[in-house]
Design a protein around this ligand. Structure first.
Ligand code: NAD
Length: 428
């Protein structure tokens, strides 16, 4: 089963519990528009390479298409289709007036200079310009993209709009992408929103399950999502005992947990987490507690209370699901658990909290950013975080109620909620 089929399987599963016409289910399973572009990138050396990029606009029943852009060598159409589909589900769950889309370029941005990265981003924006816009499709950051890239996109979109005499006012022009820097119309709180949103859900979950802190946590992925969440959990009484990035990670064995602020500082200095093993206080902690270096595969199998995949999809599959020892898998990455693995984990009694709920904080604050831009407003960090908390908690409560009433797993409960919201728009 490829990743897109695996994604759709969850929708079909949930549809068994709702009265959904077949044509509507097929429509929700089919991308409305797939865009494939190729364009030249001039390297600093003078060489020219042909780049390949995608944008999938899955569905806009609930509002303009909305979804991130990923720059990664493994990006392909199936991955982008899955990510766009999940954005539709996620926006429905968190009750955002947005549809689902996603995009990406097949590239390892770490191998590009800053100038090359800017040329790449601007060329891609030129290719996408006829199909994006504040009321059409609104990109945002994802893996290996950030506020600087979003600022370049917003600026390039403005240039393209004036070239083609498309009239947007100043506010609307900013709303073409979210996740911009604060100085360029970005929202306060957007950068940490996905991690913070995940924390709000985790707090609700442990309350609902009557679990007591301290709980041990292993986190795979230490980028925007993983590193912010790790810090928030550390500050709120969780014991983060393992963290990793693409080059592996570190763990400690006593359950006391790392000081994530020190780990973050060390990673910034060293460039990768495994390089932090045996550096100053990070080493003291790891060594005294009989810790060490851990591979990404080993991290998934550690005996912790909560495992948090926060990197890429398909890391828990039918090959390793039976070896997972965590009691809860809390999906901060999109699609980290395959459909086959879900079945094995359910049988083992491991609670999987689905991506479409856990990581919805990012797109919620993206919505707040879009709203601030179109209305010409500026919200305080306090307001952003309070409204984020309300929206996350409300989504959790609705899913938890379906979970208890219908006696389904949490992922199915989340998809049932999404189907209920999307079905309100049935209009053949
Ligand atoms: P990022 O680029 O900031 O960080 C990705 C992290 O994953 C890095 O630490 C990287 O080293 C690590 N990584 C890459 N390949 C890996 C591998 N094979 N094994 C282990 N670690 C690996 O990306 P991000 O924005 O933090 O996104 C992470 C996940 O969260 C993705 O699935 C993304 O779709 C999802 N997500 C992101 C947002 C957001 O607001 N950025 C919102 C919702 C969901």
């Amino acid at each position: 089963m490829n990743i897109f089929e695996s994604a759709l399987k969850r929708l079909k599963q949930a549809a068994k519990y709702e009265k959904i016409p077949d044509w509507f289910l097929t429509s929700l399973s089919t991308p409305e528009r797939t865009i494939e572009v190729s364009f030249p990138l001039k390297r600093d050396s003078g060489n020219v390479e042909l780049m390949e990029g995608y944008r999938v606009q899955h569905n806009n029943l609930l509002g303009p298409y909305k979804g991130g852009l990923r720059f990664h060598p493994n990006v392909d159409m199936d991955e982008v289709k899955s990510l766009a589909f999940w954005m539709m589900i996620k926006n429905a769950i968190v009750d955002n007036p947005f549809g689902g889309s996603k995009g990406g370029i097949v590239i390892d941005p770490k191998k590009l200079s800053e100038k090359e990265l800017e040329r790449l981003t601007r060329s891609f924006t030129q290719m996408l310009s006829p199909n994006i816009g504040p009321e059409i499709d609104v990109p945002a950051p994802d893996v290996n993209t950030n506020s600087k890239i979003m600022d370049w996109m917003a600026e390039e979109f403005k240039i393209q709009s004036s070239k083609f005499k498309i009239k947007y006012n100043k506010n609307e022009l900013k709303a073409v992408v979210t996740g911009k820097s604060v100085g360029n119309g970005g929202s306060l709180g957007r950068e940490e929103a996905t991690g913070l949103g995940g924390f709000f859900i985790l707090e609700q979950l442990i309350k609902s399950l009557s679990l007591k802190k301290p709980l041990t946590v292993a986190i795979q992925g230490f980028g925007n999502v993983g590193s912010h969440l790790a810090k928030i959990l550390y500050q709120n009484g969780f014991k983060v005992v393992a963290v990793s990035d693409s080059r592996g990670g570190i763990f400690e064995n006593s359950g006391v947990g790392f000081n994530i602020e020190l780990v973050k500082k060390c990673r910034e200095e060293k460039g990768f987490l495994a390089g932090c093993y045996c550096i100053g206080s990070v080493c003291d902690l790891a060594e005294k507690k009989k810790g060490g270096i851990v591979s990404n595969e080993q991290l998934l199998e550690l005996p912790v209370d909560i495992l948090i995949p926060a990197a890429l999809e398909n890391v828990v599959t039918n090959k390793n699901a039976s070896k997972i020892k965590a009691k809860i898998i809390f999906e901060m990455a999109n699609g980290p658990v395959s459909a086959e693995a879900d079945e094995i984990l359910n049988k083992k009694g491991i609670l999987v909290v689905p991506d479409v709920l856990c990581n919805g904080g990012g797109v919620i604050v993206s919505y707040f950013e879009w709203l601030q831009n179109v209305k010409g407003e500026r919200w305080s960090l306090e307001k952003v975080n309070k409204d984020l908390k309300n929206k996350m908690e409300h989504s959790f409560e609705e899913i938890w109620k379906i979970y208890q009433d219908r006696k389904v797993d949490l992922r199915t409960a989340a998809y049932i909620l999404a189907l209920q919201r999307l079905s309100q728009k049935i209009n053949p």
